[in-house]
Design a protein around this ligand. Structure first.
Ligand code: CO
Length: 296
């Protein structure tokens, strides 16, 4: 990895962490989810980064991939709120997440994911097997009396690639693949009061351009141009409706029909178990030094 790329990862990680801290300060009873989401996205730009994906604020049994729409009036009340955000600097990504319990009832659940992340960081090094990370996460979360979400996992980070290899499991899945120099990745434990499985549920509001095909309609072409500025990273329907109004819905439908989009519907715990999440991004540089990119 060249020095510039390494510095971009470090910068993206720092901005990501600062934006997360800022976001945490806004998650308070009475504040609106929509306004909070948009303030955080604005902050990312102000700090000199770009969103690597739309800011996600997933509540209660929603584990991930909830991204608010423009007309949603939800306010923070008694939810368990997971804030997950990523920042990129010239494609180098820092991804991190934190959960805040506004109900006052799930303090331990929040701690379980947080502690699992801390324990996994202790063993992360060149040569660590992926299964060992999953084992530590599972054991830590179980020691609090909760379950890890077994079909969600940490992931590799590539330039302009948010969910690449390797997959870092939240249980011991037997994968003996080892961590290597030059790898960037995110560790992402989820703890839940439920059985620990998520399913896709609800309407997707986050998409990614997956295949390029010729498009006829001028409206769709105009919106496709905007989507292409995301350089293959996920984008929010809200970003388009804010700018193009109803035309955006038309274009998204057409792009879907053409099979050009990957959709990310909300991921919901199968038994409506409450979910907490913690996440850091890590870079192992060419000298084998482990850098936690999103720790400030
Ligand atoms: Co992530």
């Amino acid at each position: 990895m060249d020095e510039q790329t390494k510095q971009n990862y470090i910068k993206a990680g720092r901005i990501s962490a600062e934006a997360l801290e800022y976001g945490k300060s806004l998650i308070k009873k009475g504040n609106s989810l929509l306004e909070t989401t948009e303030l955080i996205e604005k902050k990312i730009y102000e700090l000199g980064g770009k969103p690597a994906f739309p800011v996600q604020i997933s509540c209660n049994e929603i584990a991930a991939h909830f991204c608010i729409e423009e007309d949603d009036k939800t306010i923070f009340d008694e939810q368990v709120v997971s804030l997950d955000l990523g920042v990129h600097v010239d494609g180098a990504i820092g991804d991190n997440a934190y959960t805040i319990d506004l109900s006052g009832k799930y303090d331990d659940l929040v701690k379980a994911a947080q502690k699992a992340l801390e324990e996994s960081l202790k063993i992360i090094n060149v040569g660590t097997e992926l299964r060992q990370i999953g084992k530590v996460i599972n054991e830590t979360i179980s020691s609090y009396g909760y379950n890890p979400v077994r079909n969600l996992s940490g992931h590799g980070l590539d330039l302009y690639g948010i969910h690449t290899n390797p997959t870092l499991p939240n249980i011991d899945n037997g994968d003996k693949t080892t961590l290597k120099k030059g790898m960037a990745f995110a560790v992402e434990p989820f703890a839940t009061t439920g059985p620990g499985v998520v399913v896709e549920k609800g309407t997707p509001t986050v998409f990614m351009l997956e295949h390029k095909k010729p498009v006829r309609s001028p409206i769709t072409r105009e919106i496709l141009k905007e989507i292409e500025t995301c350089e293959g990273l996920p984008f929010a329907k809200r970003w388009l409706t804010r700018k193009f109004g109803a035309k955006a819905n038309f274009a998204l439908r057409e792009l879907e029909q053409l099979g050009m989009l990957h959709q990310f519907p909300p991921l919901v715990e199968v038994n409506k178990g409450i979910v907490s999440q913690a996440e850091h991004s890590i870079l192992i540089d060419d000298n084998g030094e482990v850098i936690v990119l999103t720790k400030i």
